[in-house]
Structures are given as structure tokens and as C-alpha cells.
Design a protein around this ligand. Structure first.
Ligand code: FAD
Length: 394
């Protein structure tokens, strides 16, 4: 007879899934929720309309140690679980999606150096990221290497105990505000992606130039720029991990990064959902609140159902990371599912609000603009399906 409980436990690696937060982690959640819902939400409209970098938000997160939520306490981080990190990003994104992506990307850089770096490199750079002394930017994408990131053309020429970097990166989050650039560059192009290594380039290194922020549809507070490397000379000791391991470092970083993007999407979706529930109770047509019309209440029920499913998928990927389990496929599933659900939810929120959903007076249209980037970055959702299929048929 099939033992359902046993087969389920086998499926999840003989460990009980438990998404509960510790008392300390609950305190983190409550603190962020208070900060984001009071201060970040109040600033979000101006940040979006004037494309302002959310300086105060980032400063306040740094003061609370939340730019290093999952980084090791040894290097200034809070040492919280990935589930807590996911919850934190969700709360931030609910109020200001730009702030959440800035947080997510700098954390990803900190994690990569913490995972792959030498003790000296961790003390030098992870501490700065974890405490918010500076931000990190993750430089992988190039004009001719987006989904096919392994074909990147930026070169790293080794000259004795120095490296000279030449090339161009595109769409780099945090570039205009970062002190630490984690750059994927090829030191042996004849080996293809196996020649790529990861290097830290510090902000004021001669030859490093950051372009003007791209004019985007949304996430206007998160400045995304091209980065140019013109004979950028750095010490060889800035190489993170072994030579030729840069592409694999980037992919491992994305395994965690995608949990962050799924969490961001959940936060945006949740904000659109909560606003829709409130509006459906307040707005009256034909002499009654619009939630009394099944077309409206079913649409909102659908939002709830799908957001809840997306949250479970995201929590599962986070939990697997916390357990040290391989979670590449789960991160991709969470990222693709949560971002698509949230995009549908924000669109349905516009329908629920009618004309007011299209108005710049309310944040509803901003939610829908902001969510679009989550479908694209850290791998488009076509690429997430590619990752899932690759894992299924490996
Ligand atoms: C707001 C924003 C912030 C970003 N921040 C960063 C950052 O900090 N660091 C960084 O390195 N990058 C960043 N990116 C870049 C992002 O990761 C890329 O845009 C993304 O990977 C897609 O690459 P592309 O834009 O070149 O699209 P392309 O790769 O040209 O894709 C175009 C279309 O083809 C599809 N496609 C391509 N290949 C395949 C395939 N094999 N199978 C199926 N479909 C395929 C894609 O899904 C897409 O629909 C950012 C992007 C945005 C929009």
C-alpha cells in the first residue's frame, strides 16, 4: 500500500517543512512591517514619480541591519533564515518595490563573496555590504549577452599579480550607488563560459564608468545603468573563487536571488490584493458595495488563491535553502510562478478599481508597472522554464 506520508517525506528530503519563524525572526518581521508600512509607503509615490533613489529607506534598513538579513553575523549580518529574508523583502516590496530590489541585489553580491571569498575578502567586502556601508552591484548582463549570459564578452587579462578588465555591462541595478561591483569577465575566451571568473572592482577604480540611469517603465527608484570598463586595473587578489568559476558563481547567486525576486513579486501582489479588498468594500455601484457582485468578489478570491500558492512555493524554496538542499529548480519555479501570479493580480486590481486603477493618484498602476521587471530580471520566465525542464530531464 502506498504510504502517502512517507512518499511525501521522501519528496522533500525526509525533513518536515516548517515555515515558522523564531521569536527573534518574528521581531525582525514586525519591525520591517512597521517601518515599511509607515515610512516607505508614504515615500513611494514621490520616489516613483521623480525617479529618486530611496536614500532614506536604505539608510533606515542599514540601521536595522536589514541589508544583511541573511549574511553571517561574523561579517556584520543578522544571520537570519532565508524564510525570514523572504518575509522581509515581501514587506519592503509591499510598500516600495524599488527599495526591495536594491536590497535584494546588494544581498546577492554579499552572499556570493561570503560563499566563495577568502577570509580576507569577506572581512573587506561582506562587512561593508552587511552593514550598509556600501551597496553591491551584480554585473553579468551585457549588450549582446542577456539570457545567454555565458557568451559575455568582457575580458579579464591577467598581467602578473594584476587583472585588466575591458568591456561593457548593461542593466546593472545599484551601479550608480554601489561601492562594490561583482564583475563576471572572461579570462580565457577560448574556453567559452568556462573561462569566466568573478572579480570585485571597487567604485573609484580608474577606467570604471557608470552610465546614466535607463528610463524605465517602473521601479523608478532603482537606478539601472550601463557600466563601462576601460582598462580597469585591479589586484589579482580581487578574484572571487577559482579561475573559470565565475559563471557557476553567478548561477549559484541567482538560485538565492530568484527567491528574493519571488518575494518581491509577492509583496507587490499582496499590496494590490489588499487595496482591492478595501476598495471593493468601500466603492458602491447600483446601490451596493461592488464586492456584492460575484464578478468582482470571484476576481479577488482568485487573487487570494494564487498569491497563497505562490507564497507556499517561495517559502518552500527558501526552506530548502535553509536546510542546505539543492534548490535551483524550486527557486526558478517560485520566481516564475510568483511573478506571473503577481502580474495577473496587479492587472486584476486595475480592473477592480475601474478608472481609478488607471489614475496616477493611486498606487495601483504603479504596482502593475513595477511588477513587469520581475518577469524579466534574474532570468526571464522563459529561462526559468528552461532551468526547470533541464532539471527534470537531466
Ligand atoms: C530593471 C532591470 C534590472 C536588471 N538588473 C540587472 C543586474 O543588476 N545585473 C545584471 O547582470 N542584469 C540585470 N538585468 C538584466 C536582466 O537580467 C536581463 O534583461 C535578462 O536576463 C534578459 O536578457 P535580455 O534583456 O538581453 O533579453 P534577451 O536574452 O535578448 O531575451 C529576449 C527574449 O528572448 C527570450 N529568450 C532568449 N533566450 C531564450 C531561450 N533559450 N529560450 C526561450 N526564450 C529565450 C527571452 O525570454 C525574451 O523573451 C536587469 C534587467 C532589468 C529590466
Amino acid at each position: 500500500m502506498c504510504d502517502i506520508k512517507t512518499s511525501y517525506l521522501e519528496l522533500i528530503g525526509k525533513a518536515i517543512m516548517d515555515f515558522n519563524l523564531s521569536e527573534d525572526e518574528k521581531l525582525i518581521q514586525e519591525t520591517i512591517k512597521d517601518l515599511a508600512s509607515s515610512k516607505f509607503a508614504a515615500r513611494a509615490d514621490k520616489i516613483d514619480k521623480e525617479s529618486l533613489f530611496p536614500e532614506e529607506n536604505i539608510k533606515e534598513l542599514a540601521e536595522l541591519g536589514m541589508l544583511g538579513t541573511i549574511l553571517d553575523p561574523e561579517y556584520g549580518g543578522a544571520g537570519a533564515s532565508t524564510i525570514t529574508y523572504s518575509v522581509v523583502l515581501e514587506e519592503i516590496a509591499k510598500a516600495c518595490a524599488s527599495t526591495s530590489v536594491i536590497t535584494s541585489v546588494t544581498t546577492m553580491v554579499g552572499l556570493a563573496i561570503q560563499r566563495e571569498g577568502t577570509e580576507e575578502q569577506k572581512e573587506k567586502w561582506v562587512t561593508k555590504i552587511a552593514t550598509g556601508e556600501t551597496l553591491g552591484s551584480f554585473c553579468l548582463t551585457e549588450p549582446t549577452a542577456g539570457s545567454d549570459a555565458g557568451s559575455l564578452k568582457t575580458t579579464a587579462t591577467i598581467e602578473g599579480d594584476e587583472v585588466v578588465i575591458n568591456g561593457q555591462k548593461l542593466w546593472i541595478t545599484n551601479a550608480a550607488h554601489a561601492g562594490i561591483f561583482l564583475v563576471m569577465a572572461n579570462e580565457n575566451p577560448s574556453l567559452g563560459h568556462k573561462g569566466i571568473s568573478a572579480f570585485v572592482v571597487e567604485k573609484d577604480t580608474p577606467g570604471l564608468q557608470v552610465g546614466a540611469p535607463e528610463k524605465k517603465m517602473g521601479l523608478n527608484g532603482s537606478h539601472t545603468c550601463a557600466v563601462f570598463f576601460d582598462n580597469v586595473r585591479i589586484p589579482l587578489e580581487n578574484r572571487i573563487g577559482d579561475p573559470g568559476k565565475g559563471f557557476s558563481i553567478a548561477l549559484k547567486s541567482l538560485d538565492t536571488g530568484r527567491i528574493g525576486i519571488a518575494s518581491q513579486a509577492l509583496g507587490i501582489g499582496q499590496a494590490a490584493f489588499e487595496a482591492s479588498v478595501n476598495y471593493a468594500k468601500e466603492r458602491e455601484q447600483f446601490g451596493k458595495p461592488i464586492h456584492k457582485f460575484q464578478a468582482v468578489s470571484f476576481r479577488i478570491a482568485e487573487m487570494k488563491m494564487k498569491l497563497e500558492a505562490a507564497q507556499l512555493l517561495t517559502r518552500k524554496a527558501a526552506w530548502m535553502r535553509d536546510k542546505g538542499m539543492k534548490h535551483t529548480m524550486e527557486s526558478s519555479m517560485a520566481k516564475a510562478f510568483a511573478t506571473e501570479v503577481a502580474s495577473e493580480v496587479t492587472q486584476n486590481a486595475i480592473k477592480t478599481f475601474g478608472g481609478m486603477g488607471f489614475s496616477k493618484e493611486l498606487p495601483i498602476e504603479r504596482y502593475h508597472r513595477d511588477i513587469q521587471a520581475t518577469l524579466l530580471y534574474e532570468g526571464t520566465n522563459d529561462i526559468q522554464r528552461l532551468v526547470i525542464a533541464k532539471n527534470l530531464f537531466a
